[in-house]
Design a protein. Structure first.
Length: 341
C-alpha cells in the first residue's frame, strides 16, 4: 500500500476509534446521571412497579393524595418480577424535578430527599421477588407540621445496579393554592439585514419562574412592535412550557422574523399559568383544601425595548446625500459661459 495512503487510513481509523470511545463514555455518563421515570409498560423491563390494590384505589397509574400538614396515611407498592430468575431490588424515596428536556423526573439515590422523598417511610429498603411472582411493599407517607401548602411531587424508586423503575407520588398539602408565574431577565436582540429595504429578525429570551405553590405550565404569547404599537409581529410558534414545580425555572428563546427596523422596538411577553385538570384523590379532607381543576388565572405581562436602526438604509441615504452635495458644489464651481455672465 502507498505509504501516504496508509498513513491517512490509519489516522482516520484512530480518529473514528477516539470519537467512538468518547461517544460511549458520554452514553455511560448519561445513563449513570439519568433520573428514573414512571414504571415501564409490562414487557419493557424485568420487573414492573404499580400501586397496591386497597381502599385508596384500584388500577391506579400512580399515587395522588391530598393531606393536611402533619397528616399521614398508609399505602403499598407492588413489585412484579417478569423475569425467570430471582430479583433483588433496592427501594428509596426521591424528590421530583423538571429535566432539561421538559419532563417531570425523579432524582437519584445520591441526592438527599427533602420533600416527598423524605416523607416516604418504606418498611423495606431491599426486596427479593421470586420469578413470576409479586411482592407487596407497605409504606407510610407522613407529612411534617412544616409542610408548605400546595403541590409536591416525588416518588418511590426500585433499582438494580444498572436499571431503575419508579412510580410517582403527587401530593397536595391542604391550604390556599396560589398558582403564579413570573417573567425574569426579559431581553430582546435585533439583527438587521444588508438589504436597505428589507426586514430583520428579533430574538426574545426570558426565564419563566414558578413563584406560586402549584405545579403549573405556561401558555406563552410574545410580540414585537414598533413605535406607537405599529408593525406588530409574533413568533411562528410558541408552545406551552413543561410543567414546573414550585420554585423551578425554565429558559425560553423565541425567534421572530420579518421585523422592520423602526428605530425602536418593544418586546412584550404574556404568561398565563395552566393547571393540570386531573383531580387528586382526596384521602384526608380539611377546610381550605383546594381541588385541582380548570382555573382561570391572570396573565403576567412583561416588556423590554431595543434599538432597531436600519444601518444599511442610512448608509445608502448618507451616500446619496454626499453624492448630491458633491454634484451641487461642483456645479457651482464650474465657470459660467460669457453669455451667462
Amino acid at each position: 500500500m502507498h505509504p501516504p495512503l496508509f498513513r491517512a487510513l490509519t489516522t482516520t481509523a484512530l480518529l473514528l476509534t477516539a470519537h467512538g470511545l468518547l461517544a460511549l463514555q458520554s452514553l455511560v455518563a448519561a445513563a449513570a446521571d439519568a433520573a428514573v421515570v414512571e414504571a415501564v409498560a409490562v414487557g419493557d423491563g424485568l420487573w414492573e412497579v404499580k400501586p397496591g390494590v386497597n381502599g385508596l384505589g384500584v388500577d391506579r397509574p400512580s399515587y395522588s393524595y391530598t393531606l393536611p400538614r402533619g397528616g399521614q396515611l398508609r399505602d403499598s407498592l407492588v413489585v412484579v418480577n417478569r423475569g425467570k430468575t430471582p430479583l433483588v431490588l433496592s427501594l428509596y424515596g426521591a424528590d421530583a424535578f423538571t429535566t432539561d428536556a421538559g419532563r417531570l423526573d425523579l432524582r437519584g439515590a445520591e441526592v438527599k430527599a427533602r420533600d416527598v422523598g423524605a416523607w416516604v417511610q418504606l418498611e423495606q429498603r431491599k426486596v427479593q421477588v421470586p420469578p413470576g411472582r409479586s411482592v407487596d411493599v407497605p409504606f407510610r407517607l407522613a407529612l411534617p407540621d412544616s409542610a408548605a401548602p400546595g403541590d409536591h411531587l416525588g416518588g418511590i424508586v426500585t433499582s438494580t445496579a444498572d436499571q431503575h423503575q419508579a412510580i410517582k407520588i403527587r401530593l397536595r398539602v391542604s391550604g390556599e393554592l396560589k398558582p403564579a408565574l413570573s417573567v425574569d431577565d426579559l431581553k430582546v436582540h435585533y439583527a438587521g439585514t444588508l438589504s436597505p429595504l428589507g426586514t430583520g429578525s428579533a430574538t426574545v429570551s426570558y426565564t419563566l419562574r414558578n413563584t406560586g405553590n402549584a405545579i403549573v405550565s405556561a401558555r406563552q404569547a410574545a410580540s414585537v412592535t414598533g413605535p406607537f404599537g405599529l408593525f406588530a409581529t409574533q413568533p411562528d410558534q410558541l408552545v406551552d412550557s413543561p410543567q414546573l414545580l414550585p420554585g423551578e425555572t425554565w429558559k425560553v428563546s423565541a425567534p421572530i422574523h420579518a421585523v422592520p427596523p423602526t428605530l425602536h422596538l418593544t418586546a412584550t411577553v404574556a404568561i398565563t399559568p395552566l393547571l393540570k385538570s386531573t383531580p387528586l384523590r382526596a384521602t384526608t379532607t380539611s377546610p381550605g383544601a383546594t381541588p385541582l381543576g380548570a382555573v382561570l388565572l391572570p396573565a403576567a405581562v412583561s416588556s423590554a425595548q431595543v434599538r432597531a436602526i436600519p444601518w444599511t438604509l442610512l448608509c445608502v441615504l448618507a451616500a446619496f446625500a454626499a453624492i448630491t452635495a458633491f454634484l451641487i458644489a461642483r456645479h457651482r464651481r464650474r465657470p459660467r459661459p460669457a453669455h451667462a455672465r
